[in-house]
Write a protein that binds this ligand. Sequence first.
Ligand SMILES: Nc1ncnc2c1ncn2[C@@H]1O[C@H](COP(=O)(O)OP(=O)(O)O)[C@@H](O)[C@H]1O
Ligand SMILES: [Mg+2]
Length: 321
Amino acid sequence: MIVFTEADPPQDGGYEHLDHISDMHRMAMEFARCGWEVVHIPKEYACADDLEAVFSGVTERAEPTRALWSGYVPSQAHYEAVYRHLQQKNIYLPNPPEAHQEIMELDRSLRCLGELTAESVVIERESATIKQAPTFEDVVARLGLPLFLKGAVFSQKDEGWGGCVATTLTELREKVERFPTRLSRGRVIARKLLPLKKNGETLGGFPIAREFRFFLWRGEILAYGFYWAFGDTAFITLSPEEEKQVLALVQEAARRFQAAYLKLDVGQTEDGAWWVIESGDPQFAGLSHIPMETLIERLTLSMREPPPVSIGFHHEKDGRT
Ligand SMILES: Nc1ncnc2c1ncn2[C@@H]1O[C@H](COP(=O)(O)OP(=O)(O)O)[C@@H](O)[C@H]1O
Ligand SMILES: [Mg+2]
């Protein structure tokens, strides 16, 4: 199996001579330890539409070969181009382009998640393309204020809490209009504000909620961990009863997606209920407190089975609906 990593390539003598060893480097080393072939690839902006050159060292495989990508969130077009390029070489990333898009873009994943996540309204910014765009008044009438705002792929959490929340109708209009396309891909999603349990703030002043990140392979949980960098022990530890509830939610959510390899973030509200915060493609997700060795060892065992030859291939549903 092959892992394509966007971690900076090693200098003479390996990673230890680099100025900075990132999580992505540590993952590449762990993949290597588990027997994976590690191939360094450039970041998207450096690919210049020339995938032939990027993958020139990767030869066509005689047998269908599984692969993973470990990098930064690509544009949908880049993901698709890389997927198709590798497919021609008989090499298969776990999530075909449509399955990848369904878990990466919130307006799509909402259709699968339904009641498992905060009630939401999609606001398309190029609203000329849709027949009945909701007005900002409609959005507020339906979801109330304050509201949580997120682009199709990212929120503005790097701007702090104020970057994510609209408290008035005017603020909603302004924030939607100014939402960077890089984060929204043209769609901003207004979401009911969930009263998540909190435990202090990040250094950037963002509230630390009781959130956990899960990585799954075909509906099986590979590993999970607390989402934020720090939190009190009691806050970041699940009781056996809580763990049962969260696992049930995560498995129900996973059942609804096509993707073989899936990331889910879940959070707990003040009343003790659990909600899906977002889905994603683990190939482009940070590990948070997920134990890396466990994750990669279990992933290696799960993926070792060769991809089905009839892989033709829309998605690997594997009998699940
Ligand atoms: N509906 C919501 N209500 C309250 N807080 C939310 C809501 N959605 C997300 N958050 C908080 O904001 C953070 C960032 O939102 P998220 O949807 O995960 O965007 P990003 O893709 O930028 O991580 C979450 O980790 C959670 O703490
Ligand atoms: Mg998130």
